[in-house]
Design a protein around this ligand. Sequence first.
Ligand SMILES: [Zn+2]
Length: 398
Amino acid sequence: MTGDLHLTNVRRADGDLVALRVRQGRIAAVGPDVRADGITPLDASGALLLPGLIEAHTHLDKSFLGLPWQPHTAAPHLLGRIENERALKARLGLDAATQSARQVVRSVAHGTTHIRSHVDVDPQVGVRSVEGVLATRARYRDSCDIEIVAFPQWGLLTRPGTAELMEEALRLGADLVGGLDPAAIDRDPKGHLDLVFSLAERFGKGIDIHLHEPGELGAFSAELVCERTKALGLRGRVTLSHAFCLGMADQDRVDRLIELLAEAGVAILTTGPAGWPAPPVRRLVARGVAVCAGNDGLRDAWTPFGSGDMLERAALVAMRNGFRKDGDLALALDLCTGGGASVLGLEGYGLEVGAPADLVLVEAECVAEAVAAHPPRKLVVKRGRVVARDGKALVEAP
Ligand SMILES: [Zn+2]
């Protein structure tokens, strides 16, 4: 029956070898004496069991995957990069449905069972990119769950018509309202955030805002976000992506910001960025702030890098935070599993009996090795169905 599985010789994080029974897409039993009940067993050969990986921030509509190599041509500042991307997308005629499908298949092969993708909404592409990613979401619904953030990459107030397009994207099926550097891009932090929060309130959606603004400017925008989150009772439904300002040198100021984020229930997404100030993961988690991780865009107009592998991302987050000990590598992985599930609001996520059987098996002795070595995934299971084996997805990309 679809969604039924019996796995043997599965290694738990505590090192014990167990069997795992899945019935109708959910974990039905885990332990040393679990019976197969007529299901042909699959031997995991001692591979480590992890819950499905959560890609909490990417851009499925932007990647150049499947196209000839594109030399990186962007200017070193944000506005220059945005303009460069506009020109490239138009020249290459990027099709969001095709590009997002290619990236999703790659993510499935890496054991990602949930994706939150920001998708461009602007007067140049209208809502076509959202429609493309919606088509991909439907096409791969049995392999990966996809959340869509309507993302005004080009500016919200400075591009007339964008607010109306954001509404259209939300009506079409986008799950969250996006925003971007309220002071640095629109140069009107109050106007930008009032519009983002009013859209979220009217449509009953969550919010995920790209905040690259550095230092005190970013701290100011983060404070405005926390104030509005508290005022509108949106605790647990607002994420600040990147939040480079939390990597600023003034530690007292960072502590006050972390306190504010915890009080407001605003989550933080980090990529563990090289070359930028990074949010201090351990301090945020210790204060009870929900922290998740994502690859951001991969091989696109913004960066030539990126594999789409969330175990590799956990390693990058660990390195950026100076993590070396096993417990710290486990914390880095938690951003890509439980942390992501908490930010995406996934009910019942995990490895307990009754949880949806979204599982990854990795050839590693323990969690720390899985993060450090991030070997190819032996098996990936989505709601009890095998969707990837030995590093290859069983679904195809165009
Ligand atoms: Zn992004």
